[in-house]
Design a protein around this ligand. Structure first.
Ligand code: SAH
Ligand code: SF4
Length: 430
């Protein structure tokens, strides 16, 4: 079996891909890049700088998609901008709502590739699960996304575009009047405060770190996890550029402590992730022996457990106040014994890791080669880790009825093509 990894060049859309009508999409571009484009289009340096600042603010702070709405830009200049630029969003192919409030969107890139985004509301927070690639190169055996081939990396615009779209759908831009949502409108009326107070954590992660710091500000979308389709550290530059926009104080202004990036263990990129992005780290460990991890997370053949844990110990910014999350999917008779739990504790202690463990009940999908551990086994495993002084909550599966749970994101190309095949079969029979 070939060693997985980014051996073949991965197709990446260029940061600027003019639309069919020649206009350029500004979504995903930095303030500096917008300024350069305005200058190239003919504005003098001073004007370009001022307009870039204004446009950036309208884009990311106010969520505006029409230059005509940019009221502090001269009326005569707005058509000039509209002729040359657009403010895009990924196309929504389908939006689904789970009985537990989880929402899933099937999205499409301008060049026709489908990917997914999930929103998970909780009592005290709302987490958006963002995709970084269409498909994945890594083929983890328990992951549905891993059975898709990698189609391409998402661009910064397509990554930050997911956050923009979620805020559109949740009606969370300042001064925007949203349509009332089922289940009640949790937001406060009027403009939304934009500054996000610092606190660590992601969905079901780290509830004990944020005591006293967390206020939702009435907003639904409070946290972001890079846990959708794809391996974010194999699309490092685009993920970094997108998250920088999400964290920019003049724009979406989400604190880095509210963002978590999950990696299957791309060791060479972890230090840069801490230094250049600075978000919380989650690591998909899932096994504690070489044999089992080689089987279920094949990137382990390239970067082994010890090397991975050393990189975690060296992760910039990790501390007892900002612990690393170790994700551990519970697979029946594969990685769920008492001995596995004890070895997990031993390893985390050996590397002196400021760690918490997130136990994820395996979410099955058709044809999956594993089963989920029994609830009793998961409880026993969790207790053993807790008794050693390491927090090990069991994550509640969300959105299972709409296939929105961890590792079920695959619908994209494949389910569509199956539906298409069924339609074709039906019309052949007719
Ligand atoms: N590629 C990154 C991030 C996306 S996957 C990574 O692997 O970390 C997000 C999390 O869901 C990972 O911990 C992944 O291992 C887990 N996951 C994947 N498939 C799953 C499944 N079928 N059931 C439960 N968790 C799963
Ligand atoms: Fe890719 Fe993560 Fe799924 Fe592994 S678990 S195949 S790295 S998306």
């Amino acid at each position: 079996m070939p060693i997985p990894g980014q051996i073949d060049p991965v197709p990446v859309a260029r940061d600027i891909t003019p639309r069919a009508d020649g206009r350029i999409d500004l979504m995903g571009l930095s303030r500096k890049r917008i300024m350069e484009l305005l200058a190239e289009a003919g504005l003098d340096a001073k004007q370009a700088k001022l307009r870039a600042k204004q446009v950036f603010h309208w884009l990311y702070h106010r969520g505006v998609t029409d230059f005509e709405a940019m009221t502090d830009i001269a009326k005569s200049m707005r058509p000039w901008l509209t002729e040359r630029f657009v403010i895009g969003r990924p196309e929504v192919v389908e939006a689904q709502h789970s009985t537990d409030g989880t929402r899933k969107w099937l999205l499409r890139t301008a060049d026709g590739h489908d990917f997914e985004m999930v929103f998970i509301p909780d009592a005290d927070r709302g987490t958006l699960c963002v995709s970084s690639q269409v498909g994945c190169t890594l083929n983890c055996r328990f992951c549905h996304t891993g059975t898709m081939r990698l189609v391409r990396n998402l661009t910064p615009g397509e990554i930050v575009g997911q956050v923009m779209l979620a805020r559109d759908a949740l009606g969370e831009w300042p001064n925007l009047t949203a349509s009332p949502r089922a289940g009640g409108d949790l937001r406060q009326p009027g403009p939304m405060p934009i500054e996000a107070p610092a606190f660590a954590g992601a969905h079901d992660l780290d509830d004990d770190d944020d005591v006293g710091e967390y206020t939702a500000d009435g907003r639904l979308l409070t946290n972001i996890v890079m846990m959708g389709m794809g391996e974010p550290l194999y699309n490092f530059d685009n993920v970094r550029d997108a998250l920088k926009l999400v964290m920019d104080g003049d724009g979406l202004a989400l604190s880095k402590r509210r963002i978590t990036l999950s990696t299957s263990g791309v060791v060479p990129m972890m230090e840069r992730c801490g230094e250049e992005i600075g978000v919380n780290l989650a690591v998909s460990l899932h096994a504690v022996t070489k044999d089992v991890r080689d089987e279920i997370v094949p990137i382990n053949k390239k970067y082994g457990i010890e090397e991975l844990l050393q990189a975690c110990a060296d992760y910039p910014g990790a501390s007892n106040a900002r612990r690393i999350t170790f994700e551990y999917v519970m697979l029946k008779d594969k990685n769920d014994s008492d001995a596995d739990a004890r070895e997990l504790v031993r390893l985390l202690k050996q590397f002196k890791l400021p760690a918490k463990v997130n136990l994820i009940p395996f979410n099955p999908w058709p044809g999956a080669p594993y089963e989920c551990s029994t609830p009793e086994r998961i409880r026993a495993f969790s207790n053993l880790v807790f008794e050693a002084g390491i927090s090990a909550p069991v994550r509640t599966p969300r959105g299972r009825d709409i296939d929105a749970a961890c590792g079920q994101l695959k619908t994209a190309a494949e389910k569509k093509s199956r539906a298409q095949l069924d339609r074709e079969a039906a019309s052949d029979e007719a």
